[in-house]
Structure formats: structure tokens, C-alpha cells
Design a protein around this ligand. Structure first.
Ligand SMILES: NC(=O)c1ccc[n+]([C@@H]2O[C@H](COP(=O)([O-])OP(=O)(O)OC[C@H]3O[C@@H](n4cnc5c(N)ncnc54)[C@H](O)[C@@H]3O)[C@@H](O)[C@H]2O)c1
Length: 460
């Protein structure tokens, strides 16, 4: 470990599996076990900090040297993780970061938090997971606990990770221990930090389960053991598919109620007064983020192997994917009817580029799609986002890369023919927009919520 930290080294090659379990379990209990976290992104960095704050020595591994340097320099690159926290963990020598995977030999448990995106054909892309497992394999030793946290389809840990890790002759459940525990991070959610979100854990055999639970018991307030790796993998998909389907449902209800002249937000607000059997979900311009638009496809893909189709899940994805186009249709209609203008000759300002409020994350954001659709129509689209200064390089939206957030001033607002609120960040001056924008297309009902009722506001 960095800075003279001394890890617990395992070197009792003739110890029995039971002895490994007992001794590693004890080191988790006493927080003496050294923990490696691979992938220091939105999930891995908060997790590494949480584990380190509990007193474990933590080494973070990433292939991005900029992130590694920032952490080692006591700085943060995630808005809601304070640089003070990282600096304090560095000062007390509980957190270090590295690009050198040979240092995996120094840790007792390895937690994998790397991305699980989709390919262009919208199939699971496990490249990051397999690359990471290949990086662990040469350094795997007896007594290691390896936990996958990345969201994926049931079967990944046993079918993809285990064969790579066993290639060197060590056996899962006998020599090393393999587990899956889905990440439940909700970036920007100040009510639930990593440490207070219960952790579901599945193990490859009883010893792996016992050890993984022993570890997470020390890190989070509640550990929920399940009977297998596959059940644990299925739990995460269940949670995110539940969201995708319910969001699709309210998006569809919105379309129906609109046609009937009923305000869907008013209906939802009244429905949620029912104290049982109902949970509110809200319509919007489409799904975004690394999870909800992507994860259902992991199950859909795997289901085909079993000859099962997932029509309901795919229908939800279809409805959600169609939302940006629907918003642009509503925008074109409103411009035409209210202002006598064609979208093809209009300048539109999108408010909020991030996929959800108060975070800078633009992955899969429907706002990117809105910009493209408006420009396909012949209009001109710009954006304002207090958390995103510039559109970074993305796999699917290279044509709009480098565009910068415009300033939200009274004068600037008057230069646009319409404003589309795609993401209702708190740090937006909605009063100024309400007072000066000629037309506002609100996909989040933020003006309704704030009581800024104006003739110029259209809910979409
Ligand atoms: N972001 C969320 O809100 C969230 C919530 C729950 C679950 N998840 C899941 O957690 C996983 C990670 O997501 P994230 O949002 O933290 O991703 P992220 O892109 O923010 O971070 C991933 C990190 O992994 C690093 N990385 C990539 N390949 C690597 C490799 N081979 N070795 C070491 N590091 C590597 C990247 O440089 C990056 O720092 C995904 O499976 C995601 O579905 C994310």
C-alpha cells in the first residue's frame, strides 16, 4: 500500500478453506483487512470513501491516471463528494489510488465497480468487466474475496468472472471467494448515502456468502443475504426494470390524459394520497443515466438464451425511448399554434443537459436527443445547465460535442423562440424564465410546482 500502510498478507498456503474463512472474517470484523476498489466512478469512489471511513485501509484502482492523481492529491472529481473528505482520508492514510494492478496482491478483498454499458446493437457490453477480471487474475491468491458490484444479467459472475479467475488453477469456494452485491448508489440523493443503503449479497457457495456478508456488515447498516449469485444479480435488474416500466406507464398516462385535457401531475399528486398499493412515478422527456435505460436490455438479452421473450420490458423501453420525439412534436405544435412560428426557423434553449436534477451526469440524457431532434427538424438548439459547461465526447452524440452552456440572462432568454425544461435542477432561476421567455415547454411540471402559472407555459 501507499505511504507505509501495512496490509494483512495471506501466506498460509496449507491452511484449509475453513481457516481462510475464519481468518479473513476476523480481519473484516477488526477492519484490518485491506480492500481494493476497482473503478473509481460514480459508484466506486463513494464506496471506497465509505469503506475507508469505516477504518479499513483502501486502495482504489482505475485505468484513468487523472482520477488516480486527483485522489492521491486529496481532490474530488464528483460534485457531491467533498474534497475535504478525500484529503482527510489521504492524511490519515486510509485511502490511496493507483493504476498499478500488481498492487491487488496487497489487498484481501477486491470490489469491482466498472461500467456495464450496451453495444451499438443494444446488447450487454461486458468488455470493462472482462478486462478488469483479466487484470485481477494474475494477482489472485488464496484467501482473496472478489465481489462484482456492476449491474449485469444473472449468470455473469459464475459464467464470465469465475472461469477467468480459475484459469490459474485456484478454485472458487476453496482457494478464493467470489460474490455479487449490486450497487444501489443514487448520485445526488442526499437522503441515502452508501453506508445507509441495505446491501444485497449473493455468494458462490456458503463460505463466499459468509465472507461477503462479514465484509459488508462492517460497511453498511444492513446486509441482505440471498441464496445465490444469480438471485443477487436478478435483484438489481428487478429494481431497475420496475422503474423503467413504471416510468413508461406514467409517460403513457400522460399522453392519454393530455388528449382528455387532464393534468397528469395533478392526477398523480392526488393518487399518491392513497396510503397503500400506490407509489408515485413521474413523466418526463425520456430516460437517462447509466442504469434505467440500459439494464432492462441485459435481462432481455439473457432471456433469449432460455427461449423467453420479454415483451412487457421491451414495450416499456420503446415508450420511454419515444419520449424525446414526443416532446419535440409538442414543441413544434406549441410554436406553430401560439407563436405562428415553424420549428425549422426557431431557436430553442434546452434547460438541463444532465439526465436528472442536481447532478452533472449526461450519460444517456434525453436532452442530447432533444438537441439532435430539433436540429434534424431544421431548428437551432442550445442548452443551459449550471452543472455542465460543455458537451463532452460521447459515443452516440459526437456531432454536438464541444457545445457550451449558454448563460441564462434576461437578454439571452428573449433571443430564444422557446425554452424546453428537460431537467429541473434546483439551481435554475425559473422566475426569470417565467418572466421573460416567450414560450416554455415544461416536461417536469416545475413551473406548476413552483406556482409560476403563466399563459406561456405548456406542459409536455
Ligand atoms: N451511476 C449510478 O448511479 C449507478 C447506480 C447503481 C449501479 N451502477 C452500476 O455501477 C457500475 C459502475 O457505474 P459508474 O456509474 O460508477 O461508472 P463510471 O463510468 O462513473 O465509473 C467507472 C470507472 O471505472 C473505470 N474503469 C473502466 N474500466 C476499468 C478497468 N478495466 N479497470 C479499472 N477501472 C476501470 C473508469 O475509468 C471509471 O472511473 C455500472 O455497472 C453501473 O450500471 C451505477
Amino acid at each position: 500500500m501507499d505511504d507505509g500502510q501495512k496490509p494483512i498478507a495471506y501466506d498460509s498456503s496449507d491452511a484449509t478453506t475453513a481457516a481462510w474463512v475464519a481468518s479473513l472474517g476476523e480481519n473484516f470484523k477488526t477492519h484490518r483487512a485491506a480492500i481494493g476498489v476497482i473503478g473509481l466512478g460514480y459508484v466506486g469512489l463513494p464506496l471506497a470513501c465509505t469503506i475507508a471511513k469505516k477504518g479499513f485501509p483502501v486502495v482504489g484502482f482505475d485505468i484513468d491516471p487523472i482520477k488516480v492523481d486527483l485522489i492521491n492529491g486529496g481532490k474530488s472529481y464528483i460534485a457531491y463528494i467533498g474534497a475535504d473528505d478525500i484529503a482527510e482520508l489521504r492524511r490519515t492514510r486510509r485511502l490511496a489510488a493507483t493504476v498499478d494492478f500488481a498492487r491487488l496482491a496487497d489487498v484481501d478483498a477486491v470490489v469491482i465497480c466498472v461500467p456495464t454499458p450496451l453495444t451499438r446493437q443494444r446488447e450487454p457490453d461486458l468488455t470493462f468487466v472482462t478486462q478488469t477480471t483479466e487484470s485481477i487474475a494474475p494477482h489472485l491468491r488464496r484467501g482473496h474475496l472478489v465481489v462484482l458490484e456492476s449491474t449485469t444479467y444473472p449468470g455473469t459472475t459464475s459464467e464470465v468472472l469465475r472461469p477467468i479467475l480459475e484459469r490459474g488453477g485456484l478454485r472458487s469456494g476453496r482457494d478464493f471467494f467470489l460474490a455479487y452485491s449490486p450497487e444501489r448508489e443514487d448520485p445526488g440523493n442526499t437522503d441515502f448515502s452508501t453506508a445507509v443503503i441495505p446491501k444485497v449479497v449473493g455468494g458462490d457457495g456458503p463460505e463466499a456468502l459468509r465472507l461477503a456478508c462479514a465484509f459488508y456488515d462492517e460497511v453498511v447498516t444492513r446486509t441482505v443475504p440471498v441464496s445465490s449469485l444469480e438471485v443477487a444479480e436478478a435483484v438489481k435488474l428487478t429494481e431497475n426494470i420496475f422503474r423503467s416500466v413504471n416510468i413508461a406507464l406514467v409517460n403513457e398516462l400522460k399522453t392519454v390524459f393530455d388528449a382528455m385535457g387532464i393534468d397528469v401531475w395533478e392526477a398523480i399528486d392526488a393518487a399518491k394520497t392513497k396510503p397503500f398499493g400506490y407509489m408515485p412515478f413521474y413523466p418526463g422527456p425520456g430516460l437517462g443515466g447509466h442504469c434505467v435505460p440500459i439494464d432492462p436490455f441485459y435481462l432481455t438479452w439473457k432471456a433469449r438464451e432460455y427461449g423467453v421473450t420479454t415483451r412487457f420490458i421491451e414495450l416499456a423501453a420503446e415508450i420511454n425511448t419515444a419520449m424525446p420525439r414526443r416532446v419535440v412534436d409538442e414543441l413544434a405544435k406549441a410554436l406553430d399554434r401560439r407563436c405562428g412560428k415553424a420549428l425549422s426557423r426557431s431557436r430553442i434553449l434546452i434547460i438541463g443537459l444532465a439526465y436528472k436534477k442536481n447532478v452533472p451526469d449526461i450519460r444517456e440524457s434525453p436532452s442530447l436527443r432533444l438537441i439532435e431532434l430539433i436540429e434534424e427538424w431544421g431548428g437551432k438548439a442550445e442548452f443551459h445547465d449550471p452543472h455542465v459547461t460543455e458537451i463532452p465526447s460521447t459515443r452516440e452524440h459526437m456531432a454536438i460535442k464541444g457545445r457550451r452552456s449558454v448563460e441564462l440572462t434576461e437578454a439571452a432568454l428573449k433571443e430564444f423562440d422557446a425554452i424546453v425544461v428537460a431537467t429541473d435542477h434546483d439551481a435554475i432561476d425559473y422566475q426569470t424564465i417565467a418572466d421573460h421567455a416567450p414560450l416554455i415547454v415544461d416536461t417536469r411540471n416545475v413551473f406548476g410546482r413552483l406556482g409560476l402559472v403563466r399563459e406561456t407555459v405548456v406542459k409536455a
